[in-house]
Design a protein around this ligand. Structure first.
Ligand SMILES: Cc1cn([C@H]2C[C@H](O)[C@@H](COP(=O)(O)OP(=O)(O)OP(=O)(O)O)O2)c(=O)[nH]c1=O
Length: 198
């Protein structure tokens, strides 16, 4: 199956994920999958992110089956940020965004993205962990960045692909993983379901 004519289900509202799949030549049909995103007691960032990606894929697959849609691979993903063992999701408001960006200032944190691909009862999962080093941020840097509105739909209250790029000295790992879908791991997973890359 060449990716040129490949259609998969995408159980994600993230425009970044759709665009990164397009970059791989994969077309997507959006499936709405709502899940409970509460962190379980004692759950670490990787376990949490993997569970959410798997749950999103399961919820999406349930919808595919209950609507009688044709069988094809379904992809779901989850991204979280972790620093000193604390999991940072999307900021609740501007004060929460400020708290997160202050915590990242002048330090490195990790961005964890898990991708789950499911078809029928078969689910495969991969996780990428990337170190992101922020330069020290002033209160004015943070205030001006929050004013752009970029933080609010993003884990850790920033987008490396947007204006927060100027805060980031270096990364070690997967750039596309930080954006929300690590393309290397994603292609490897989809290959297991018969898609061919490039
Ligand atoms: C750290 C970082 C996160 N993000 C985004 C990726 C994800 O879309 C978002 C994390 O939220 P997620 O809950 O992983 O995803 P989502 O709510 O956007 O979409 P869905 O659950 O429907 O799949 O943060 C960036 O775009 N750039 C970044 O640099």
């Amino acid at each position: 199956m060449s990716t040129n004519d490949t259609l998969i289900y995408l159980a994600s509202a993230s425009p970044r994920r759709r665009e990164l799949l397009q970059q791989l030549g994969v077309r997507t049909e959006r499936i709405h999958a709502e899940i409970d995103e509460a962190v379980l007691p004692g759950e670490n960032a990787v376990a949490y992110t993997e569970r959410l990606a798997r749950d999103k894929a399961a919820a999406g697959w349930h919808l595919v089956e209950s609507c009688g849609l044709p069988s094809r691979p379904l992809l779901a993903a989850d991204t979280t940020v972790v620093l000193d063992g604390e999991i940072f999701g999307k900021p609740a408001d501007a004060a929460d965004a400020r708290r997160m960006l202050e915590a990242f200032s002048g330090r490195s944190h990790q961005v964890v993205t898990s991708v789950a691909v499911r078809e029928g009862e078969r689910t495969l999962l991969k996780t990428s962990v990337t170190d992101v080093a922020f330069r020290p941020l002033t209160a004015l840097d943070i205030a001006r960045y929050i004013d752009t509105g970029e933080p609010f739909d993003k884990a850790g209250a920033y987008g490396i692909q947007g204006r927060a790029a100027v805060f980031i000295e270096r990364i070690e790992g997967s750039y596309t993983g930080v954006v929300g879908l690590p393309v290397f791991e994603t292609a490897a997973l989809l290959s297991e379901f018969g898609l061919v890359f490039p």
